[in-house]
Design a protein. Sequence first.
Length: 315
Amino acid sequence: MTDNTIYQHDRKKSLPWVTLIAALLVLVLAFAAVLFPDSGGYNLQGVFLVFDGPHSGPERQELFESICSVLEDASGQSMNLVVVNKTSEFFKEAQKGVDFVLCPDGLALQLAQDDFGLLVCGRRKLPDNLRPRGVVVSRADMSEVKQPWMNHARRTVFGDSLSLVSLGSVNSQADLSLCSFGPDPYDHRPVLHALRLGAFDFACVRQWDADSFFRSGLLDPKEWIVKDHTDPVPDLVVMASRKIPLVERLKWADSLALLGRSGENSEDPSLKSQNIHHLIEQLGAVGLTGFNILLEPDFELVRRKFSGDWPPEGK
């Protein structure tokens, strides 16, 4: 590794046919929604449920309120924003009946599969517009250590206890009682600060948070190395009740996916422009620039890979 090289991930280039298949799936779902609409006459509950970290601050609250306003525009229904920071409260509220949910992907896997379907996942600005990987940042002289949460548990910290970038590749049988966990599933920088200041030797964190520390010089590539911890994962996701007709869910997902894309028409006539622009401005509170459509078959691949084989609440 030269002095000018920070680090390099092994990345597989996406094949053209993957994009083609995704586009075909969208068309198939759209036609199915038109030909076989849900005629159950579902009335929205008027609830937008959000899981947040316990110390996120007012900027995060403004973001959630902005998303809530856009969902109100899209659905034509006033929404009550419910923000919780405990998993027990999260599942309790979800069982009461909600229309939309925003949460880390690990929590999304634990929601009842028959009750909620995917709308979108978070999008970052270029070149970080793809889904993040989980990575392990470790001291260079300890780079050969495997599964540090088993062999050096007291010196290992996870970015949080609810997202796949943090815990996705840890087997459910692993004992993490001696490990430490960060407080915020959307921001792993506090954990990385603790790492660089000597509190830990290993940190399992979101790839983009680690990238930012190396780019800013907070982590020296001569002293720290990075290894992939998981495959790319959805990270932050927005879900909707399956009681909502599929054609409506597809329409709302498409509207959210257009937000903030330069050169594309994001002015959906059903959305108020002031709410759109305010949301785009607020997305930086969780490091996002917009959203990408998350197809059901795609999320089912994530479910089969991770569900049931990772410790969903850390400790």
